[in-house]
Design a binder for this molecule. Structure first.
Ligand SMILES: *[C@@H]1O[C@H](CO)[C@@H](O)[C@H](O)[C@H]1NC(C)=O
Ligand SMILES: *[C@@H]1O[C@H](CO)[C@@H](O)[C@H](O)[C@H]1NC(C)=O
Ligand SMILES: *[C@@H]1O[C@H](CO)[C@@H](O)[C@H](O)[C@H]1NC(C)=O
Ligand SMILES: *[C@@H]1O[C@H](CO)[C@@H](O)[C@H](O)[C@H]1NC(C)=O
Ligand SMILES: *[C@@H]1O[C@H](CO)[C@@H](O)[C@H](O)[C@H]1NC(C)=O
Ligand SMILES: [Zn+2]
Length: 945
């Protein structure tokens, strides 16, 4: 999945939302964790044991004596795409039947399959070779989280690899809940006879089965290691087409006097249930015949407007490139990709039939920004990487989900580079710095947990988090650097080749990499995979003394086991990067870290290839700062950003004076590069959140205005005449310049935004798509009710999702309380704000200092509606709670949270318990931090005026 609810959303807010927000600054608790360090104390690395699949109580796993081989499944959804004179009775029921052939390895009287929210009406068991029917005593569906369908037989099935066919008939309902087989809607423009365009509502049925929702569609063995081949047939209404993983052929039939279409799909390769996909819609498509047929499916309006063109061109290139670098041909006959109006999460990598949010697949040259275009490239590269990592080679159980997602995330940077997006360095901003945030909390978890700790669907869903995706990618990048990228890619080829169509645990990967390198990969990596957290390396350059300890924001004493740290460092007078492998906790003396010369500095973790932070003695920090001020080009670009990120966070972790971190930002007056700016703005954003309701905010704004002015002027011409810089990172920094300058009150910026918006209201939108988010936001922030109403109308009128999203964001920027309150109300009406956009819209409003208390009251007031309507697994309520309480840093707010917690406990609301605990913990930390630092921060900013 493309960052279930993580990747696309956080990428989407990553650009141009600074000062009032930012990607991570505080995305501390973006996800509800069920796992806590107390429950999973760090384990001593490495203890190579072969984990057995746990069976028997209290397990929630299927017993292992039945091995599915093949399924033959029929589905019949009764839905019409449109209601008209001919079709008047809409129905959301689907029926079907399934025959699964299993090999029995043990004598038994019971058979277990998975079923959830599905009515099973018939169960039959036959011995495959003789067609002999076994007598079924009865069957029950467990009403607990096991989701078992238990079939009891009158006679025993034999073991020894005997084959049986299990036949079930079932009935289900297409809900609007974005999970399983669900219904979704969109608006189609219809040209009526008298040339008047008319909006018509259209419906479609589509699926999202990861991780444990295949069981909601048909009874099956719903675990990733229970791979089988699937023969799917869909019977659907005229006027729709049906799609699934493999190619299909359609013909008409009549059932009870009604016309239907039967689409029979070719048998899939052997695969996991969670990767199946089905859609019935009236979409059209665009194709590109290639060695693999590539089709992009979407609303007809979008296809006709050419919005699929970019995706089709990229898909072909990236697919070919992956086939080359993985040395394995893509194994299916075609690859379909579909842009869905509603999907939870950014995209889903179903084998041969990938589904996306519209903004992840469709790109409109006219209204799309560079970032919108890049998002399409990144998403496609991520999902295509899954066709190998995840689909062809699958983790044995969800505890190793990072193998899927870490690889797809890491590979996406390599995949997009091949199609002209040089984003390699941005992995540090987007993945690594974000992973650092989450992994510095007590509530983080190791990348790979023991198999039996992850059992329920909720526990599985919670693993789709920043650790799995971003830390997963970060440690793979670290490993590739450690053993060289060449050796890494060779090892990957061996791994994919050896385990294709099979399942793996992460140690299988080490064994393949070991063949390519002399390094002991397992010893190096086990310290990063098996234990929670990451270290901060402290280097005292007067003595060369070096030590490591776990980095935690809230100092509670981390664990004791050292990481194997590959310290790459440079010194002022040396040329080239040097290595030092630190294995022990220390402190140890490293003579080569000792600096004698009074100007000489040392910089460790060059390019931030290691997943650790570095802290130095104050003198070295100062020397680095002076170097930045003297000539910042001497310090590698990534490190200019990372020094700032490390300093601010080490200061938040009470290990460094905050003024040292603040001083590092002063050199930015001379730097125009995106990475250092973005790092600084993310961190300053935390200060803004803490202080934008207090007297410290005035001096902070003045400082930011001063700091941003040269950058704003650097980009000013292109802003005004509507051109943009060439390099895409410059384009992103131009957006930073505008949003920071405008939100901190630079008059030229605000006037310019107002003028551009006025033209837009008068009928000509001359704002470059890159700048729209920032300019709309700034114009609405300084505008009136009529500006807001205009933008709302534009939002409703817009048909391109990315443009809609820009307006939806900008609407949250108004300072008018009553407008913000009404906007919050709109989020409850899916005809105004789509369900999948509800959380991000409330989050936008909460980022606005005027909207924060409203959003908190709103979420509290509608909590039971939100939990009932959306529930766990569809959206993360944790992310919502996180967003509306980000500023919390006073005793009153803490008391409100505790009161809310008491109410939840009385109402027995387990859903929010973990997330609530986390925001309470964070609020307590904030209160402490603000108490200690408010005066210091204020004085520092006053001194800079
Ligand atoms: C309704 O059915 C008639 C006859 O089959 C067909 O000609 C007509 O196009 C259909 N109308 C719609 C709106 O589908
Ligand atoms: C399963 O359903 C399909 C479609 O309704 C039907 O043609 C087929 O006969 C059914 N299979 C069995 C074994 O009943
Ligand atoms: C689930 O329900 C079944 C039947 O009621 C029971 O036998 C089983 O122990 C339950 N399992 C769990 C994990 O609660
Ligand atoms: C299974 O094999 C064992 C030994 O190989 C044999 O004793 C037993 O009878 C066989 N059982 C069945 C049901 O075929
Ligand atoms: C499933 O069974 C329940 C209880 O009998 C019934 O209320 C529901 O309508 C059925 N659902 C479908 C889709 O048939
Ligand atoms: Zn993914």
């Amino acid at each position: 999945m493309a960052k279930g609810s993580c990747m696309s959303k956080s990428l989407a807010v990553g650009i141009g939302v600074l000062t009032v927000s930012s990607v991570s600054g505080l995305v501390l608790m973006a996800v509800m964790y069920q796992i806590q360090i107390e429950k999973f104390p760090p384990v001593s690395p490495p203890t190579p044991t072969k984990p057995g699949i746990p069976t028997g109580p209290p397990t929630l796993r299927l017993p292992d004596y039945l091995i599915p081989e093949s399924y033959k499944v029929f589905f019949q959804p009764y839905l019409y795409a449109a209601i008209n004179n001919n079709y008047t009775n809409q129905s959301f029921v689907f029926t079907g039947n399934s025959t699964v052939r299993v090999k029995s390895m043990a004598v038994s009287e019971t058979i277990y399959l998975h079923v959830h929210d599905l009515n099973v009406t018939t169960v039959e068991v036959t011995k495959s070779d003789s067609n002999e029917k076994l007598s079924v005593k009865g069957y029950t569906i467990f009403q607990n989280e096991t989701n078992f369908l238990k079939i009891e037989l009158a006679t025993k099935i034999s073991g020894n690899g005997t084959y049986y066919d299990i036949f079930t008939k079932f009935e289900g309902e297409l809900l609007e809940n974005l999970a399983g087989f669900y219904v979704s809607w969109y608006t189609k423009k219809i040209k009526a006879e008298e040339e008047e365009e008319e909006d018509q509502e259209r419906l479609l049925a589509t699926s999202l089965l990861q991780p444990t929702d295949a069981r909601k569609v048909f009874p099956c063995f719903d675990e990733p290691a229970l791979k089988a081949v699937f023969d799917i047939t869909i019977i659907h209404r005229p006027g729709t087409i049906a799609l699934s993983n493999e190619i299909g052929g359609a013909h008409k039939i009549e059932i009870d006097g009604e016309e239907w279409i039967v689409t029979a799909f070719e048998e899939t390769p052997i695969m996991s249930t969670y990767l199946l996909a089905f859609t019935v819609s009236d979409f059209t498509y665009k194709s590109k015949p290639s060695s693999t047929n590539i089709n992009i499916h979407a609303r007809k309006d979008a296809i006709d407007a050419g919005h699929a063109d970019y995706a089709i061109e990229l898909t072909e290139k990236i697919l070919k490139y992956y086939e080359e670098i993985f040395d394995l041909k893509y194994p299916l006959k075609k690859i379909d990709q579909i842009a869905l109006p509603d999907i939870s999460g950014g995209a889903m990598e179903n084998w041969g039939f990938i589904s996306y949010q519209e903004s992840g697949l469709l790109y409109d040259k006219e209204s799309g920004s560079t970032f919108d275009q890049e998002l399409v490239a990144t998403m496609i590269a991520h999902e295509l990487a899954h066709q190998w990592f995840g689909n062809l080679v699958t983790m044995r159980w969800w505890n190793d989900l990072w193998l899927n997602e870490g690889f797809a995330t890491y590979m996406s940077y390599i995949g997009v580079e091949n199609v002209g997006w040089d984003l390699r360095d941005l992995i540090v901003l987007r993945e690594i710095q974000t992973a650092f945030q989450v992994d510095s909390l007590n509530s983080s978890h190791p990348l790979s947990l023991q198999e039996n700790y992850i059992q329920t669907s909720t526990e599985i869903i919670d693993l789709f988090d920043d650790i799995t995706y971003r830390k997963g990618a970060a440690v793979l990048r670290m490993l590739a650097t450690f053993i060289t990228e060449d050796a890494f890619m060779k090892g990957i080829k061996t791994y994919l080749n050896k385990f294709q169509y099979k399942n793996t645990v992460y140690k299988d990967l080490w064994s393949c990499l070991r063949e390519e390198t002399k390094e002991n990969v397992e010893a190096f990596m086990s310290t990063w995979i098996e234990q929670v957290g990451y270290p901060v390396i402290t280097i005292i350059t007067q003595t060369g003394e070096t030590s490591q300890e776990q980095f935690l924001l809230k100092q509670t004493g981390g664990h004791d086991i050292p990481w194997q740290v590959d310290i790459r460092y440079i010194k002022a007078t040396d040329s080239g990067v040097k290595n030092d492998l630190l294995r022990v906790k220390g402190p140890v003396r490293r003579p080569h870290f000792e600096l004698k010369d009074k100007d000489e500095w040392l910089l460790a973790n060059v390019n931030c290839t290691g997943f650790f932070r570095v802290n130095y003695d104050e003198e070295n920090w100062n020397k680095l700062r002076m170097q930045l001020e003297r000539n910042h080009h001497v310090i590698p670009l990534i490190n200019r950003g990372q020094l700032i990120d490390d300093a601010f966070n080490v200061a938040r972790g009470h290990r460094l004076n905050i003024t040292i971190a603040l001083s590092l930002t002063k050199y930015l007056i001379n730097d125009t590069e995106y990475i250092p700016w973005e790092s600084a703005l993310k961190n300053l954003d935390h200060l803004i959140l803490m202080f934008d309701r207090s007297e410290v905010y005035g001096p902070i704004m003045k400082y930011l205005r001063k700091l941003i002015t040269p950058l704003y002027e650097h980009f000013e011409n292109s802003t005004i005449n509507g051109t943009i810089p060439e390099k895409h990172t410059d384009q992103y920094n131009q957006v930073n310049a505008i949003s920071v300058a405008c939100s901190n009150g630079l008059p030229e910026c605000i006037d310019n935004a107002k003028n551009l918006f006025k033209d837009y209201r008068n009928g000509t939108n001359n704002i470059h798509p890159n700048l729209r988010r920032a300019i709309y936001c700034s114009a609405i922030a300084s505008g009136d009710e009529y500006d807001w109403e205009f933008a709302w109308k534009e939002y409703q009128r817009a048909t391109v999702t990315t443009e809609k999203d820009k307006l939806r964001y900008a609407l949250s920027c108004t300072k008018e309380i009553w407008l913000l309150n009404r906007y919050l109300q709109y989020t409850l009406d899916p005809s105004k704000i789509r369900k999948m956009d509800l959380v991000s819209t409330i989050n936008y409003i909460a980022k606005n200092v005027a909207g924060q208390p409203l959003a908190w009251d709103f979420v509290r007031g509608h909590w039971s509606y939100l939990t009932q309507e959306y529930g766990v697994g569809v959206i993360s309520l944790g992310s919502l709670l996180d967003a509306v309480t980000k500023r919390f840093s006073t005793d009153v707010e803490l008391e409100e949270l505790k009161q809310f917690q008491r109410e939840q406990e009385e109402a027995d609301q387990a859903l929010a318990a973990r997330a609530l605990e986390q925001v309470i913990e964070r609020t307590e930390a904030n209160i402490k931090w603000v108490k200690e630092n408010k005066q210091i921060v204020k004085e520092w900013f006053m001194g800079e005026l």
